[in-house]
Ligand binder design. Structure first.
Ligand code: COI
Length: 390
């Protein structure tokens, strides 16, 4: 079913409406996001403008964990009626857990990924962190966990970014990837929700996610392993969606592929998602991406790219996309917080490899340039996606 421009617009409007309802309940409006109270952070953790950068080779950042200075932690247990109270910044380090913690035994956990950017004028900005907060709340409901309010989530992300300011790469060299985690930390033996929850935030400076850098990806279409099934938890960012794809990824990487594209588990015919990111196809002036029906993560970069594409005059559709359609597309690309917007050079399915014509400028390049320009403050942030935190 083709979704025409007006219908697609309705989809965008509907989801914005849903998001704003949750936001109103927890946080106020987008305008309120820019006026968060000053973060709670002991003054010894503050960095002033003269502080130096951390000792990092900023020209060769990949996507690996670099130990930074501080992390954030906030707990809630049933003695407090499952409400998160005041969290705090502490030196980065190991976390103590019971061997019978819910997260260790039954995988009761969620994570998020968001980024902080340093601009040429020195300003530090977050990209749409309230979207991550809302997504964590939706995921927490699915996983029977209490979640931080949007205000608590955004404040924690802000504090973590500022406490680790010297690790935020120079403008244009990368970003500080911020990883919020929500875990069932209380002990449990019988299968049940944990009795205590911990919200943690840590950060690491990052560059390109793939070792290919910005070069086109070579994807392997997996028809044996599936990422998610109807009725499962593929639509939320639970930690349990990620370990099961490691086998498929490592098999594909051993054969020289960048990552794996999964098919739907019922018909093995429609494309769903790549291990670490969402996928789009381009045909003529139309961008299409698999509709999120519970098996596909509602990516924040996916949503942002759809909005940018619409503004740039493309038709935008969310719908079922068959593997045959993917193979006949003009262009294919991936989106994700970690990945950014990455062009796909080839797709291999059942032994046949399709190489896409990569004539510049690619649609994905145009979209990514606009996204980066918004993040770096080079074009006006008309959507009010960026929050200045310093
Ligand atoms: C992100 O893009 O933030 C993700 O969570 C993907 C992860 C596999 C690195």
């Amino acid at each position: 079913m083709l979704i025409q421009k007006s219908v697609c617009l309705r989809i965008l409007t509907r989801s914005s409406y849903h998001a704003s309802k949750i936001r109103a309940a927890n946080f106020g409006t987008q305008a309120a996001a820019s006026s968060l109270p000053e973060p709670y952070a002991p003054s010894s953790f503050r960095l002033n403008d003269n502080d130096e950068y951390a000792p990092v080779d900023w020209n060769n950042l990949g996507f690996g964990l670099m130990r930074t200075d501080y992390m954030y932690m906030m707990k809630c247990g049933n003695d407090e009626e499952f409400e998160f109270k005041q969290g705090e910044i502490s030196p980065y380090g190991n976390v103590e857990l019971s061997p019978s913690a819910g997260v260790l035994n039954y995988g009761q956990g969620l994570f998020e990924g968001t980024k902080a950017f340093r601009r040429v004028d020195g300003g530090i900005f977050l990209f749409r962190p309230e979207e991550n907060a809302i997504r964590m709340q939706i995921g927490a409901e699915r996983m029977c966990m209490p979640s931080p309010s949007v205000r608590q989530f955004v404040s924690a992300v802000k504090q973590t970014a500022l406490a680790n300011k010297r690790w935020i790469p120079p403008p244009g060299k990368g970003s500080l990837y911020i990883r919020p985690l929500l875990i069932g930390s209380g002990p449990v033996l019988g299968l049940a929700p944990a009795s205590e929850y911990t919200f943690l935030v840590y950060a690491s400076p990052v560059g390109n996610y793939f070792k290919e850098g910005t070069a086109p990806l070579n994807l392997y279409v997996e028809d044996e392993f599936h990422r998610a099934a109807r009725g499962g938890a593929g639509g939320v960012k639970t930690i349990t969606n990620y370990a099961p794809v490691l086998k498929a990824i490592s098999k594909a990487r051993d054969r020289g592929f960048s990552d794996v594209l999964y098919l739907d588990s019922v018909n093995k015919r429609n494309i769903e998602e790549v291990s670490s990111c969402n996928v789009f196809i381009v045909k003529g002036n139309t961008l299409s991406t698999p509709a999120t029906n519970g098996t596909i993560l509602k990516g924040i970069t996916r949503k942002s790219v759809m909005e940018i594409a619409y503004i740039l005059g493309y038709e935008v559709e969310e719908r079922c996309i068959s593997i045959e359609e993917l193979m006949e597309a003009d262009e294919v690309f991936c989106t994700g917080t970690a990945v950014g917007v990455a062009p796909v050079g080839s797709v291999t399915y059942k032994g046949s490899r399709i190489d896409y014509k990569l004539s510049s400028p690619l649609v994905s390049e145009k979209l990514y340039s606009r996204l980066i320009a918004i993040q770096n403050g080079v074009v006006p942030d008309t959507q009010r996606w960026m929050i200045q935190i310093d």
